[in-house]
Ligand binder design. Structure first.
Ligand code: SAH
Length: 369
């Protein structure tokens, strides 16, 4: 019988270069081997240590004793009829599922990645919010979404992913350590080499997380989902506002610009009759006047299930945009999200979870009580 592996083998896919160098030298190897391993995992997408052919057989054996390389299992892939979006469904070893979306738009190839299974924030209009919070993804599971999407894009269209947005399932700043680790890995030259200006983290407004991100030497794009112009309404739509109110959020956004020199993007999901009035447009212009920013309007994507929220009619969207544009010096964009036809657009990612592991062969008696 082979000895059972350690309970939680070290996942090489999560390790940063200095950590990998430390591991390599602990195993008595030259540090440059770390670069080779990084290239195998993040550049060539190899998970089988035995395939890392420029490492000696003895070293590969040593490595396998202490570590492994994880991979999410792709369980479904769905392309939108127009070919503008591909939705991927991945399964974790714990059997929970997350979604990622590849968006084809002009010259951009954007990977929209998940940071959590479900989300704790309970934003009333968001599909993922309805799942509740199930689990944080590891850095390996976050970057693996990108690696797998990249592989498919390269194989099927001969193209590379150009941009990453942390706008899939979850609140990235609630899983700060793992998200930042994944963002550090994706900018390495050994791998996808996507960093800085090409990466956007989107947050529902976790102020301490924004403050912390502003102090990282990563120069990421930051998007803040504002979605309301009064605390009264925002409290209702996005319960996180009860903790971090609009004024505080705007201050954090201004600080992000001061420290990083990058304008934040305020996202504003337009909900018919809720936050799409003329006064909302004027207040939005006023509120954001003092913060160097961009304003991104997103007409609501209606969810498959019944919710009270509706997308405003096109004329209302146009009027809102026009009013906003005439009252703000900031750039205003309107995002028609791709992938609506396959429920892969902003805020539509939802996965019913099969949470119980498959039944064991001999069922245990149910606990009494
Ligand atoms: N938790 C992060 C990232 C995930 S949501 C955040 O809140 O920013 C990504 C964006 O989709 C957010 O701007 C959110 O407001 C928006 N969104 C959520 N549900 C939506 C829906 N049904 N239609 C359009 N946008 C939606």
């Amino acid at each position: 019988m082979t000895p059972s592996p350690p309970a939680e083998p070290l996942d090489l896919k999560s390790l940063l270069p200095d950590e990998l160098r430390a591991l390599v030298s602990r195993l008595g190897q030259d540090e440059y081997r770390a670069g080779q391993i990084l290239s195998w995992i993040h550049g060539k997408g190899v998970e089988d240590i035995d395939q890392m052919s420029n490492l000696s057989r003895a070293f590969r054996e040593q490595l396998k004793e202490v570590a492994g390389v994880s991979r999410l299992r792709e369980v479904e892939r769905q392309g939108s009829p127009g070919g503008q979006a591909i939705k991927f469904l991945f399964e974790l070893p714990t059997l929970e599922r997350v979604e990622s979306v590849l968006i084809i738009d002009g010259k951009r190839r954007t990977a929209c990645l998940s940071s959590q299974v479900g989300c704790a924030l309970d934003c009333k209009f968001c599909a993922t919010g309805r799942m509740g919070f199930l689990r944080n993804l590891s850095a390996a599971q976050i970057i693996d979404q990108l690696l797998q999407l990249s592989r498919v894009l390269l194989a099927e269209r001969g193209e590379r992913v150009t941009n990453v947005v942390m706008m899939g399932m979850g609140e990235p700043l609630h899983n700060y350590e793992e998200v930042v680790r994944a963002l550090r890995l994706m900018r390495l030259e050994h791998g996808p080499a996507i960093g800085g200006r090409k990466v956007t983290v989107s947050t529902a407004g976790h102020v301490p997380g924004i403050q912390r991100l502003a102090r990282e030497e990563l120069n990421l794009g930051l998007a803040i989902s504002l979605n309301a112009t009064t605390d009264e309404l925002r409290d209702q739509l996005m319960p996180i506002n009860r903790k971090y109110q609009i004024a505080e959020l705007l201050e954090a956004a201004a600080e992000y610009f001061e420290l990083r020199g990058r304008r934040v993007t305020f996202e504003y999901v337009l909900l018919a009759g809720v936050n799409d009035h003329d006064e909302d447009a004027l207040r939005l212009a006023d509120l954001t006047r003092a913060v160097p920013c961009k304003l991104n309007l997103i007409p609501y994507n209606e969810l498959a299930e019944d919710t009270p929220f509706r997308r405003p009619p096109a004329e209302r969207v146009a009027r809102f945009r026009e009013l906003l544009e005439t009252h703000t010096p900031m750039a205003v964009t309107l995002r028609e999200s791709r992938g609506r036809d396959i429920d892969a657009a902003c805020g539509q990612l939802y996965q019913a979870q099969e949470r119980q592991p498959r039944p064991a062969r001999t069922a245990l008696p149910a606990p009494a009580g």
